[in-house]
Design a protein around this ligand. Structure first.
Ligand code: UDP
Length: 155
């Protein structure tokens, strides 16, 4: 069975990359039954970072955020699954790790708002996935394939 479910944008931030948490974070989404359709190791340019976080341009933390996100390698990814955007947001937890529930990625691996290990598209912002995926991936970098787990994951 081949199905095209919702695609959502996720990125391992530079702090998690340096702390060796890339595999842990990818494993969380694999274990949940999400399907990885795109991933790369890259370092954001100033322009990419400013575009990605454009909505926060006027906030006092904007410059620090751009400096941090451009400070080292990141792993942008696209995950696919039913209701994937909402599921992933639940799995990463609250923006401030101090508020993030244990069992969420931020709740398990982070302590500081400015070093919260992972980004995921906002499920309340309808255009977020399309916009963020387009910033990091060309269409031909996203792979369509049959996911052998799917018949055991979906009714
Ligand atoms: N951030 C920060 N200080 C703040 C609010 C946010 O450093 O007071 C950072 C934090 O790393 C967060 C990012 O800015 O992940 C983007 O904020 P947003 O509200 O979009 O949260 P997210 O979607 O990442 O949960």
């Amino acid at each position: 069975m081949s199905e095209q479910r919702e695609r959502t944008f996720v990125m391992v931030k530079p702090d998690a990359f340096q702390r060796g948490l890339v595999g842990e974070i990818i494993g969380r989404f694999e274990d949940r039954g999400l399907k990885l359709v795109g991933a790369k190791v890259t370092r954001l340019s100033q322009k990419q970072a400013e575009d990605h976080y454009g909505e926060h341009e006027d906030k006092p933390f904007f410059d620090d955020l751009v400096e941090f996100i451009t400070s080292g390698p990141v792993v942008p990814m696209v995950w696919e699954g039913e209701d994937a955007t909402r599921q992933v947001r639940q799995m990463i937890g609250a923006t401030d790790p101090a508020e993030a529930a244990p069992g969420t990625i931020r709740g398990d691996y982070a302590v500081d708002l400015g070093r919260n290990v992972v980004h995921a598209a906002d499920h309340e912002d309808e255009g977020a996935n399309e916009r963020e995926i387009a910033l990091f991936f060309d269409d031909d970098e996203l792979v369509e394939y049959d996911f052998h787990e799917s018949t055991w994951l979906y009714d």
